[in-house]
Design a protein around this ligand. Structure first.
Ligand code: 2AM
Ligand code: CA
Length: 255
């Protein structure tokens, strides 16, 4: 199953790489910061055609179309056709195709592809996490020697102040931080030990569904900022960490 999903995701990556004249094919959704391109729609339509036949009865829950379906019951593909759309539109070449397959709200398979670096992250629950076929693991660096990733929850301006406060607290304890603009890749960076931590105050299930399995299968931890399990049928916050830094969350003011 993992190989079948990965093969389809790689084909979807070709659509991302084929993109040209992206700005001319971009539309605002809720605001100037909330964009969709014709490529997001093309990739989602491709995945919507190819993935569900792999698992009879599976529903398709994508960023551009949720089909009024409940991804917490039965088999569900949870899909972000292009994570990091703003990066994509601006030619920053830091975006991903993210596909998770969940059963009854538990992620069983996760695949995240960075088409620009030809990096395919994949995991099956209980089977470890891989980057282009090689086993990956979270880092063992303490935050004092580490770099963390964060996202700015741009659609929820009420989180601006707590986001900046938490960033300052972590920055004071670390070497540096990054704001990459693609949550799926942020989670894969924790999974393969390139960063030690990642947080964002509000994300949607398709942003973190696949990446969350990569983190846990690579030996890391992931939860909401309140320390609760992630939800896959509604938006929530995200806190992903290697083992060394997992308890730092309790010492931080997240309000
Ligand atoms: P996207 O590029 O697929 O839209 C950046 O902070 C992260 O937030 C990206 O992974 C981005 O995914 C995600 N994001 C985009 N729109 C969002 C929304 N409406 N709610 C929550 N997260 C969103
Ligand atoms: Ca997207």
């Amino acid at each position: 199953m993992l190989e079948q999903i990965a093969a389809i995701v790689k084909e979807a990556g070709e659509i991302v790489l084929s993109a040209h004249d992206i700005a001319a094919h971009t539309h605002e959704k809720s605001s100037a910061a909330d964009l969709v391109t014709e490529y997001d729609l093309a990739v989602e339509n491709f995945l919507k055609e190819k993935l569900p036949p792999l698992v009879p009865g599976a529903i398709f829950y994508g960023e551009e179309e949720q089909e009024n379906a409940d991804p917490a019951t039965g088999w569900a593909f949870i899909v972000d056709p292009i994570d990091g759309t703003t990066n994509f539109v601006r030619g920053l070449r830091q975006s991903a195709v993210s596909v998770a397959l969940a059963k009854d709200g538990v992620i069983e398979y996760g695949v995240v592809l960075d088409p620009y670096k030809a990096e395919l992250f994949s995991a099956r629950r209980g089977g470890g996490a891989f980057l282009n076929g090689s086993l990956i693991h979270v880092s063992d660096r303490p935050l004092s020697q580490g770099v963390f990733g964060m996202g700015t929850a741009i659609y929820r301006r009420e989180y601006l102040a707590p986001t900046m406060r938490l960033t300052e607290q972590l920055f004071r304890r670390s070497c540096d931080f990054r704001r990459m603009g693609a949550a799926a890749l942020d989670l894969c960076n924790v999974a393969c030990g390139r960063t030690e931590l990642f947080f964002e105050y509000s994300l949607c299930p398709w942003d973190y569904a696949a990446g969350s399995l990569l983190v846990t299968e690579a030996g890391g931890v992931i939860s909401t900022l309140d320390g609760q399990p992630l939800a896959f049928d509604r938006r929530c916050s995200c806190w992903a960490s290697n083992q060394v830094n997992r308890d730092i969350l309790r010492e931080l003011d997240i309000r």
